[in-house]
Design a protein around this ligand. Sequence first.
Ligand code: KG4
Ligand code: ZN
Length: 345
Amino acid sequence: MALVLGIESTCDETGVALVEDTELLVDVTASSMDEHARFGGIVPEVASRAHLEAFLPTLDEALTRAGKTLSDVDAIAVAAGPGLVGSLTVGNAAAKSLAVALGKPLHGVNHVIGHAAVDELVHGEFPEKVMALVVSGGHTSLLKIDDVATQVTELGHTLDDAAGEAFDKVGRLLELPYPGGPHIDRLAREGDPTAIPFPRALTAPKFQDKHAYDFSFSGLKTAVARWVERERDAGREIPLEDVAASFADAVADVLMLKTLNACREHDIDTLVIGGGFSANSQLREMAVKRGEEAGIDVRIPPIRYCTDNGAMIAALGAAVVRRGVAPNALDYGVDSSMPLTRVVA
Ligand code: KG4
Ligand code: ZN
């Protein structure tokens, strides 16, 4: 059994975790979100500097809490992409330095695939075939996983906004604080999801050939903006709860419709949902209900493992080590748009 140190620094979270096989020993995260909130979005340079300041204290805390030292570590895994190039550079420079200093193998792994792999720490090793829906502020991807360490196929992705990004943009137009996602979720729980018939993009039969598993949320965001504008112009009060509920329902409906179609088509009966947006209650509820109806085992990790963290990177690193994948040479570069067919750098 190998002790794998996982390092995450793709966006605004500095994460360090230790995983032994499929057991999580410790997971520590420092976030710079508070420093970005007043700008209404992540400021890359601020995020990079925050990683630089947070890395060593986060590493120290993880080792102390697990009762381990760096010499106990057998392999290092770091998210090599996709993400913000400055943030990635800080984490990968740190990981490479540790690998050289300790003489340990280094694996640069794919952050998005990590969002699926983390579920192995919670619900055990994946069965032979798994479908994964990764939804966050940055990504919306549907992945067919034959082997999380070596064989991943991207069936589809968003053509414009990510699901969380769409929530944040609608949050802005409803004048909710940033990030708007959790606020819309809260309002939606009080509203009627059938109140307003918002569009379901790319679901018409004519899209079956080319975009069966792709998503698009920017038209939906515009539809919400138009509806709100019309009501405001007519001097009517905006029923925030109903707008939020109808919008959230449209997003969850399209995500689950396409994901369950993909499961059916590829004869896969295990679905993993990961990424920060899987905290969304409307999606969670719909996934459990429709999964049950379709006879599909829906695995969603607890929310703390869905947002960016070191555990997901250590989990994928441990899977890569178990499969005997060769470590990376230290001259690999970070890749801000790392393709999802590449598990390792
Ligand atoms: O994975 P994550 O922490 O960071 C990215 O890599 O993007 O995801 C954060 C995204 C944000 O867009 C946030 O608004 C959204 O997920 N989010 C939610 C909820 N919690 C977080 N959106 C809707 N409902 C929620 N409960
Ligand atoms: Zn992420």
